[in-house]
Ligand binder design. Sequence first.
Ligand code: NAD
Length: 458
Amino acid sequence: MSSTFTHSFQTDLFTGKVNFPTGVFINGEWRAGATKLLLTTGQLLTAISEGTAKDVDLAVEAAQKAFDTVWGLNTPGSERGRILGKWANLIEEHLDELAAIESLNNDKNHGKVLETSEAVLGYTRHEPIGVVGQIIPWNFPLLMFAWKVGPALATGNTIVMKPSELTPLTALRVTQLGVEAGIPPGVLNIVTGYGKTVGHAISSHPSIEKVAFTGSTLVGREIMVQAAKSNLKNVTLELGGKSPNIIFEDADLNIAVEWATIGIFFNHGQTCCAGSRIYVQESIYEKFEQKFLERIKQIKLGDPLREGVNQGPQRIMSYIDDGKKSGAKAIIGGKRHGTEGYFIEPTIFTDTTNDMRIVREEIFGPVGVLVKFKDEEDIIKVANDTVYGLAAAVFSQNISRALSVGHRLKAGTVWVNCCNQLFAQIPFGGFKQSGIGRELGEYAIANYTAVKSVITNA
Ligand code: NAD
């Protein structure tokens, strides 16, 4: 079992050190785990405590007690709002620090009154679910923390959260700011550690009533099985994608080239909604290809805060090799860049067929395919020929065409003349194997509340 944390790591942020506690955080206490988990991005950054299934049990117990006493239905929404508002201000005050750590890592709800008959009054209440488990990935550690923790706490739930074992630092630091803002002990518990131990203990815990997961489709399926087997807990899954960017002949070419570049190469291609399948109508294909290659050549490699691959260069290279072997042509990139750090050149393949792994599987790196299409019917069929359905983009100056194509695409988000744009007010989530449920907007609140109908016979 863990012991109470007594010291913090005193080290320099950018040479492998952090100066805040990096234990697991349970019931308002930092505890040092018996074993350590090493964080590296090529070189050793720091070591953090490795949580265990026993820590998840302790965290669930603390979260349940907090739900029944200081949070949940026992705290007015306005009080929760006050604390969360203070936390938000603290986050703003510490933005530079959090940004530095991140780059180092990589009220009560309103119900409705329902009319029935004169004698019966019915109304609904949106109540917190209870103890919720949250498991997040490494590609946007702070953003994913915010998407999950904010709505769950605002609606009165208590949390056991596991950040990615690769990128736990910002979650730990921002939790300290939450404590400073007044989040009571037990309301938010952080158990750092691995998926197969801590993650599994969360998804299979009989006292956790909901699990919200963001990560790969493979692990999402495993979590849903564990959730079903343990206590049929409610799941929200935000999973992978292989999103099409569709460029029609009447698109503004400069705009399309710029967004197609951002679509696949933003965050080194390590974005769930990366536009990794770029489809261009045949009449403008050559012109587009030329401009696209010119634009890609302007991307600068070498800045670890901007252009590195955070993990899995071997895995990405194996996709590149597989693409070449199966007869596709890398018209740019296709190699590792330099010998230090994890850099892979921005890579675009042509001459692909729809059965190739580089066209069908999520690579999660700076690798895209560029493919010609004939007309609307052709592209809708090809774009929808995937197990994924997270996002899609359509480029055309004919807005009615863009919208009608957008409506026929099986994707949770469709962008028109842009891509990768997310807003707190607009729901986000996947069709098909890209997920279950939606985050952001009013759906974020719905995710963390259970609807109770109250019917009174007057
Ligand atoms: P991952 O699925 O490998 O891991 C995600 C989290 O799950 C980590 O915290 C990991 O420790 C944990 N985990 C692993 N095995 C587990 C298990 N058996 N039980 C419980 N937890 C387990 O994903 P990743 O590599 O961290 O992130 C990349 C993936 O996330 C990509 O597929 C990407 O598309 C997806 N993603 C999706 C969204 C979205 O909103 N749809 C956003 C960001 C990332």
